[in-house]
Design a protein around this ligand. Structure first.
Ligand SMILES: [Zn+2]
Length: 183
């Protein structure tokens, strides 16, 4: 089912996600909802807490290029991540990031280039893997969601202040537009 995505600064987004213990139908439904919601809103990654369920689970689906060099999402590239652990991080890269909980905003964030991780799949199987590039960025972004953080918290003081000011202005403008024809 397509769920509503919580928008910054909703306080639920600050909650620390709890480890998943049961790999049951409830979890599978949650993962299916995440996937439908992400597909609907056109994201690359989505953490469970973003739909209001603070459980240590997220999904990622990195787009690939088709024959016309257009970005497309392939269902078979979806990865479902439960109880992630980052074992090590290495190198540095700067990527332009956005977030479905902060719609319309992108900014460059510096993160590790490669990561060594452990996680579980939807059946509870343990997986150990190394990721790099865009995938490493998405992983680190989603892991931040699980610890109750949002990517804008990585901005320096000045950029963060600028973001907060513009975000408030944008929200106010949106509210005024929504109320326009209400009598
Ligand atoms: Zn996000």
């Amino acid at each position: 089912m397509i769920k509503d995505i919580l928008i910054y600064p909703n306080p639920i987004l600050r909650q620390k996600s709890k480890p998943v213990e049961e790999f049951d139908d409830v979890l599978h439904q949650l993962l299916d909802d995440l996937s439908e919601t992400m597909e609907h809103y056109g994201g690359v990654g989505l953490a469970s807490v973003q739909i209001g369920v603070p459980k240590a689970a997220f999904i990622i689906n990195i787009p690939v290029k088709d024959e016309n060099d257009e970005d497309i999402i392939k269902k078979e590239n979806l990865i479902e991540v439960i109880n992630p652990q980052i074992i090590s991080q290495d190198g540095e890269q700067v990527f332009s990031e956005g977030c479905l909980s902060v719609p319309g905003y992108t900014t460059e964030i510096k993160r590790a280039k490669t990561i060594q991780v452990k996680y579980q799949d939807r059946y509870g199987n343990h997986i150990s893997k190394k990721f790099y590039g865009y995938m490493a960025v998405a992983w680190l972004h989603e892991c931040e969601h699980l610890s109750g953080r949002i990517f804008v918290e990585n901005l320096n003081f000045t950029d963060r202040k600028k973001f907060e000011k513009n975000w408030k202005k944008k929200k106010k403008k949106k509210k005024n537009e929504e109320n326009k024809n209400k009598i």
